[in-house]
Design a protein. Structure first.
Lengths: 238, 112, 113
């Protein structure tokens, strides 16, 4: 099948507009192929991000026909709507230019959620014995594959409604540490992720679960944080 | 509100939800039964007047509903409007109090 | 993000839960007021109940019953999600909730009309 695809691409920053391009249709074409064609053959001033092109790094995430996706793993034929594609930068993040967003706030919230491992005060005598089949380790393992692509953050309505909300990725990361028996930072971490800006703002829309390209379950992780904070509060540890 | 206080709100919301789950099931069954057997003021009062069990049930039901609605309204306003902070918290508390007073007044009115 | 991104069962469940909760919260003061007319005797409550026997009001009442049942079943689903951590049957839970709500509403309507 050969023809052309009408592509509308966001150009500009916060103020800008959709600019139309015509791209030749090809077999097994991904949206990243389309963006690359536009930048190389039609308009070299287009700004966009990509790196691995093979679904490992998450750099190419954008809004494709209203939905946040990895463009290198999105086949054009699957998302075409009446022969048209509309490409915008990821939602819920400031736009630097065209299809490129500023990820600073996303990673800053990761820090605010205390998403970093805290070792115990004294050096351990031996390796920690972490059995892979305990419920806690299974829960942690279910969340550690996150590569920080921002698709869940861009898909979350609570992020859009509440600028302080830490968001699904940061909270998912915090959960993987809360359930890690080697981590010693839970007192501060639970305090950091509780409340209206934290896990309690999640209403289980599950858009993050729907959209996560790695099939993670941030809603489930956040539910774990809700249980952990409630337990801590009732024990006087929060 | 502090993170600790907001965590308490979450606990209150889920605890009242559990209480309401039972109360609403009873309430729905009562509604269907009452509508089947003919709904009138006399029929309602025949059930509730002088009956401490119904009174106790409705007092608990109204308390749980008042708290649950208050926390829920605060969440909705906080997310869907620019209103937030201590003034919203007070307004939500007032809404809870209003519902509690109205509900208990009705429950006692049906008992006495 | 657009409505296409929000078009999935868990999001509809959220919308229904929020809308039903809001409508029930608005309805509740009227419900308490109507019941409290019994304080002055049966006449005012009976007059109010007569008013509710109009077909449109009865249908609205059935709507309220559906909203109540929907908020209950949706709430039970959320409690299961948050406390039991069973993610795999989420979508079926949405369907089951919807089904039960409608069934209860129908039951009310059939008895009330």
């Amino acid at each position: 099948m050969s023809g052309t695809i009408e592509v509308a691409v966001w150009r500009g920053g916060v103020d800008g507009s959709l600019r139309p391009y015509e791209v030749p249709e090809q077999d097994s074409q991904t949206v990243l192929d389309v963006v690359t064609y536009i930048q190389r053959q039609l308009d070299p001033t287009l700004s966009y991000r990509f790196a691995c092109r093979v679904g490992m790094c998450g750099s190419c995430a954008m809004t494709v026909n209203g939905v946040a996706r990895w463009t290198c793993r999105t086949h054009v034929r699957k998302v075409l709507r009446r022969g048209k594609l509309e490409l915008r930068p990821l939602a819920n993040l400031p736009v630097i230019r065209d299809l490129v967003t500023d990820m600073t706030a996303f990673f800053e919230k990761w820090t605010r959620a205390k998403g970093a491992f805290v070792p115990a005060a004294d050096a351990p005598k031996d390796f920690a014995a972490v059995r892979p089949d305990t419920p806690e380790r299974r829960a942690a393992s279910a969340g550690i594959e996150c590569i920080g692509c921002g698709v869940c953050y861009a898909s979350c309505d609570v992020v859009a409604w509440n600028p302080d909300y830490l968001g699904p990725a940061a909270l998912n990361r915090a959960w993987t540490l809360v359930t890690d028996l080697r981590d010693a930072g839970n007192r501060e971490r639970l305090a950091a992720i509780a409340g209206d800006a934290g896990c309690h703002a999640c209403h289980s829309h599950r858009s993050c679960v729907e959209r996560c390209p790695k099939s993670l379950d941030p809603t489930g992780s956040i539910a774990g944080l809700k249980r952990a904070t409630a337990r801590a509060l009732l024990r006087g540890e929060l | 509100m502090t993170a600790r206080a907001e965590t308490w709100l979450w606990i209150v919301q889920r605890a009242t939800a559990a209480v309401l789950a039972v109360a609403v099931l009873v309430h729905l069954a009562t509604i269907v039964y009452a509508v089947r057997t003919g709904l009138s003021a006399a029929a309602v009062l025949a059930r509730t007047q002088g009956n401490p069990w119904w009174l106790g049930f409705y007092l608990v039901f109204a308390l749980a509903a008042a708290l649950h609605a208050g926390v829920g309204l605060r969440t909705i306003l906080r997310e869907m409007t620019p209103w937030r902070g201590p003034s919203l918290d007070s307004a939500a508390a007032c809404a809870s109090l209003f519902l509690l007073v109205a509900g208990w007044r009705a429950a006692i009115g049906l008992f006495a | 993000m657009s409505w296409r991104a929000r078009n999935h069962p868990s999001y509809w469940a959220f919308l229904l839960h929020r809308v039903s909760g809001l409508l029930l919260a608005v309805f509740l003061p009227f419900h308490f007021w109507a019941l409290s007319t019994a304080i002055t005797g049966t006449a005012r409550l009976d007059a109010f109940l007569d008013w509710t026997r109009q077909p449109l009001v009865t249908v609205a009442e059935a709507g309220l019953v559906v909203l109540l049942a929907a908020h209950l079943t949706g709430g039970l689903r959320l409690l299961a999600l948050e406390f039991l951590a069973w993610p795999s049957w989420q979508k079926s839970a949405v369907g089951i909730s919807a089904g039960i709500s409608l069934a209860v509403g129908l039951l009310f309507l059939l008895n009330a009309l």
